[in-house]
Design a protein around this ligand. Structure first.
Ligand code: EPU
Length: 420
C-alpha cells in the first residue's frame, strides 16, 4: 500500500489544470448502458473509481476501452447481473440500476454497503424507481428489480438530508425510456446532474429542468450513441484552492468553473483569501491574516460536504473559533482525530466541529479514512512543520487524478512511498 511523505512549510505556487469530475463521469458511464450504440466520453479522469466502473460495465457485457482521458463504451449486449464484489466495493455503482432496469426490464445489483462517512441508504432510489412501476426486493445482498414496462410518474425525491444526487441520476436515467412523462420534484441540482442530463439529451433523451429542483423527462422509445466532454471537477478545484490558501501560496486554477463552486469561493473570501477571475482562470492567494468562519454543508448550491474536511484545515489555521456543521452525512468527521495528531484543537459536538484555530501544526504519521478526509490530511501535511506521513492513500487515487504529481508541480515536497 502506498503512503505520501510530505515535508511541510512550502507554499504552493504555479498553475494547475483541473481534471474531469469523478462524480459526473461515473453516472455518465452508467448511462451508456441505455443504448446498444457506442458512446465516447472525453475528459474522463484517470481514477481507480473510473476503472472500477469500467470493470463493472465489462462484467455486465459491455466493451470498454480507455485511451488517455477518453473512454469508449458499447453495451451492444447486456446481462442484468453485475459482479457482486466489484459493485459492492463502490457506492457510486448503484447508478447502474436505473439504466439496467430501463434497457433490460430487470436488474440484479449488489446492495452497496454503508461506508465510513455514514449509512448511505437507498430508500429514495427505490421509491423513485418503484413509482415508475418497478418491483424491487432485497435478496441475499442483492437489489433485485423488475419492470416489464416503466411508466412516467410524479415523484418527490427529497429526503431527510435533502435531495439525493445518485437517486436523481437513477430515476432520471430510468425515466428516459419510460412510457409517458416523469416529473421529479426536489431533484438534486448538482452540476453533475446537469452534466448527466446533457449527455442523455445528446443520446436523444427529452429532458428539461436539470439543474433545478423540478426535472421533466418525456420518455422516448430508444436512445442512441453520443459523444460528451465531462465537466471539470468542482471538488478538485475547491481542494486546490484551499491548499493554495492554507500553504500561503498563489495558485492559478485552469479549466475550473467558478460558478460550480461559488459557495466555497464565498467562504474562502470571508476567511480572508483573495480570489480573482482572470479570463477563464481563477487565481487564489492568501490575502491578509486568515479569519475564522462558520460553514454548514448543504445540497448544491450550498457548501459541498465533499469540501468540508479540506475547509476544516483552513479553519484550524485561522486564529479564533470556527464552526463546521455537517448536514449531509452523519459521520463525516473521521479526519478530526488524525488532524489532532498534528496539533489542531477541534471538538466534535453532534453534527458540528468547533475548531479553535491558530495552533501551530507539526508533522506526524497519520491515516487516511476516506477520499475527502485524505485530501484534508495532505493539505494539513503541507502546512505542518516537519515531516508528515499520510498512510492508506489509495482513497486519494479513487478520486483525485495524479494528485501528488500536480502538487509537486506546484512546488510541494511530496513523495509516494511504500507504507512502512
Ligand atoms: N439518502 C437517503 N436515502 C437515499 C439516498 C440518500 O436518505 O436513498 C441520504 C444520504 O444518506 C445523505 C443524503 O441523502 O444523507 C445525500 O446523499 P446522496 O444520495 O446525495 O449521496 P450520493 O448520491 O450517494 C453523491 C456523491 C458523494 C457526495 C454526495 C453528496 C457520487 C458518486 N457520490 O453521493 O461523493 O458526497 O453525492 O453531494 O456522486 C465523494 O466524492 O467523496 C462523495 C462521497
Amino acid at each position: 500500500m502506498d503512503s505520501l511523505l510530505i515535508q511541510g512549510g512550502v507554499p504552493l505556487h504555479g498553475e494547475v489544470t483541473i481534471s474531469g469530475a469523478k462524480n459526473a463521469v461515473l453516472p455518465i458511464m452508467a448511462a451508456t448502458l441505455l443504448t446498444a450504440e457506442k458512446c465516447v466520453i472525453h475528459r474522463a479522469p484517470n481514477l481507480t473509481d473510473v476503472s472500477f466502473m469500467g470493470d463493472i460495465l465489462k462484467s455486465l457485457g459491455a466493451t470498454v476501452s480507455i485511451d488517455g482521458n477518453s473512454i469508449s463504451i458499447q453495451a451492444a449486449r447486456l446481462t442484468g447481473v453485475g459482479d457482486y464484489d466489484l459493485i459492492r466495493k463502490m457506492r457510486g455503482s448503484i447508478c447502474i440500476l436505473g439504466p439496467l432496469l430501463a434497457r433490460l426490464h430487470h436488474a440484479r445489483v449488489s446492495l452497496p454497503g454503508g461506508c465510513v462517512i455514514g449509512s448511505r441508504p437507498i430508500d429514495l432510489h427505490r421509491k423513485g424507481l418503484e413509482a415508475l412501476g418497478a418491483t424491487i426486493t432485497i435478496e441475499s445482498g442483492y437489489v433485485v428489480a423488475h419492470a416489464p414496462q416503466l411508466e412516467g410518474a410524479d415523484i418527490f425525491l427529497g429526503g431527510r438530508a435533502g435531495p439525493t444526487v445518485l437517486g436523481t441520476a437513477n430515476v432520471m436515467m430510468a425515466a428516459t425510456l419510460a412510457k409517458g412523462t416523469t416529473v421529479i420534484e426536489s431533484a438534486a441540482c448538482e452540476p453533475e446532474i446537469t452534466d448527466l442530463a446533457d449527455f442523455l439529451i445528446a443520446m436523444g433523451a427529452k429532458i428539461t429542468g436539470a439543474g433545478s429542483p423540478t426535472i421533466r423527462i418525456h420518455g422516448v422509445d430508444q436512445l442512441h450513441g453520443a459523444e460528451h466532454e465531462v465537466i471539470p471537477d468542482r471538488i478538485e478545484a475547491a481542494t486546490f484552492a484551499i491548499a493554495a490558501a492554507a500553504t500561503n501560496g498563489e495558485v492559478t486554477l485552469k479549466g475550473a468553473r467558478a460558478d460550480h463552486f461559488g459557495a466555497v469561493i464565498d467562504k474562502l473570501r470571508e476567511a480572508g483569501v483573495k480570489i480573482d477571475r482572470r479570463g477563464p482562470d481563477i487565481v487564489i492567494k492568501r490575502g491578509s491574516e486568515l479569519k475564522p468562519v462558520d460553514v454548514t454543508t448543504m445540497p448544491y448550491s450550498g457548501f459541498p460536504t465533499d469540501a468540508q474536511a479540506q475547509m476544516m484545515v483552513l479553519m484550524a489555521l485561522s486564529p479564533g473559533t470556527s464552526i463546521m456543521t455537517e448536514r449531509i452525512f452523519e459521520s463525516r468527521f473521521m479526519h478530526v482525530s488524525e488532524l489532532a495528531r498534528l496539533g489542531t484543537d477541534i471538538a466534535i459536538e453532534g453534527p458540528s466541529s468547533i475548531v479553535k484555530g491558530g495552533r501551530p501544526m507539526s508533522g506526524a504519521p497519520i491515516m487516511a479514512s476516506d477520499l475527502r478526509a485524505s485530501a484534508a490530511l495532505v493539505i494539513a501535511g503541507m502546512v505542518a512543520r516537519g515531516e508528515t506521513l499520510v498512510n492508506r492513500i489509495y482513497h486519494l487515487d479513487r478520486g483525485y487524478e495524479n494528485i501528488d504529481t500536480k502538487l509537486k508541480m506546484l512546488g510541494a515536497k511530496i513523495e509516494r512511498v511504500e507504507e512502512p
